[in-house]
Design a protein around this ligand. Structure first.
Ligand SMILES: Nc1ncnc2c1ncn2[C@@H]1O[C@H](COP(=O)(O)OP(=O)(O)OP(=O)(O)O)[C@@H](O)[C@H]1O
Ligand SMILES: [Mg+2]
Length: 259
């Protein structure tokens, strides 16, 4: 199963990605978590200690690896290099282990229409496309706000796109843009999760906006979640059973659909 988590800035993508990764790892699944956000914080949400977080070198910063796999020198332009470098072992050899979860941090992918063909981007793109297409087990990718940065190859390679929405019009508008793009590239399994829901009115607002779409579940607004990034623990440490069951129900629905 290959899941990408998308949505507007700050809606709770990283929170949901971390919660699902932890729950799936607890079920004994082999989980590869990919932080595809240049402003990476999935490691923290997974509960990796701060000192360990600082040791992570994103794939885009692994100069020796990039040069070896692409055959080109980093930061030298106008070179010719392999467009499809071999990437199949990178998750095994370069991921950081957090309990049963392997975390791969991609680092910055240069944006803009120029389609920068620097070696680090070539490697990251190949990595995302190939890992997503060929790796078994669970792959869960925490995306940057919006979906454009990694483009079609990424979205096409995943089998489930979860869009996180909060009860606000901007977040809903943004979700519809993601849905449109996902439809355009033929991604069928698009699911929604409502987060930071404060009551019935919030829930109604979201249900009405997405009446034609399948809502996987609802996560209430929670001070436990809001404050969890101060503790250095994972997102699921010290949360109430009730909140835990919200995440578990979402996972249940995802896995049932996959069978
Ligand atoms: N259900 C919730 N209740 C309260 N606070 C929440 C909830 N979900 C997430 N938050 C808080 O909202 C903030 C943003 O969450 P998170 O980092 O998961 O969002 P994101 O979509 O990954 O953001 P970004 O677009 O910056 O990557 C964090 O401080 C987080 O603790
Ligand atoms: Mg995030």
């Amino acid at each position: 199963m290959k899941i990408a988590i998308s949505g507007k800035g700050g809606v709770g993508k990283t929170t949901l990605a971390a919660a699902l990764a932890i729950l799936m790892a607890r079920q004994g699944k082999k989980v590869l978590a990919i932080d595809a956000d240049a402003d990476a914080n999935l490691a923290a949400a997974l509960g990796l200690h701060e000192a360990e977080q600082h040791k992570i070198i994103p794939v885009s910063g692994q100069v020796a690896l990039i040069e070896e796999r692409t055959g080109a020198k980093v930061k030298q332009y106008g070179q010719i290099f392999k467009l499809n470098p071999e990437v199949s072992d990178i998750a095994d050899n370069y991921a950081t282990k957090i309990g049963n979860i392997a975390l791969l941090v991609l680092g910055a992918v240069e944006q803009g229409g120029s389609g920068c063909a620097c070696p680090e981007n070539v490697l990251i793109r190949a990595l995302v496309a190939d890992l997503i297409l060929y790796k078994d087990d669970i792959l869960i990718m925490d995306m940057e706000a919006g979906v454009e940065h990694l483009g079609r190859a990424t979205a096409q390679g995943v089998d489930t796109m979860i869009i996180v929405v909060e009860p606000g019009q901007y977040s809903i508008d943004s979700a519809f843009r993601v849905i449109r793009m996902a439809n355009e590239i033929g991604l069928k399994n698009i699911r929604l999760v409502a987060n930071k829901v404060k009551g019935k009115d919030d829930e109604e607002f979201i249900r009405k906006a997405f009446s034609d779409h399948n809502l996987l579940g609802i996560i209430p607004y929670s001070e436990e979640i809001r404050l969890s990034d101060r503790t250095g623990n994972s997102i699921l440490d010290n949360i109430s059973n009730e909140l835990m069951s919200n995440f578990e129900n979402i996972l249940d629905k995802i896995t049932k659909r996959d069978k």
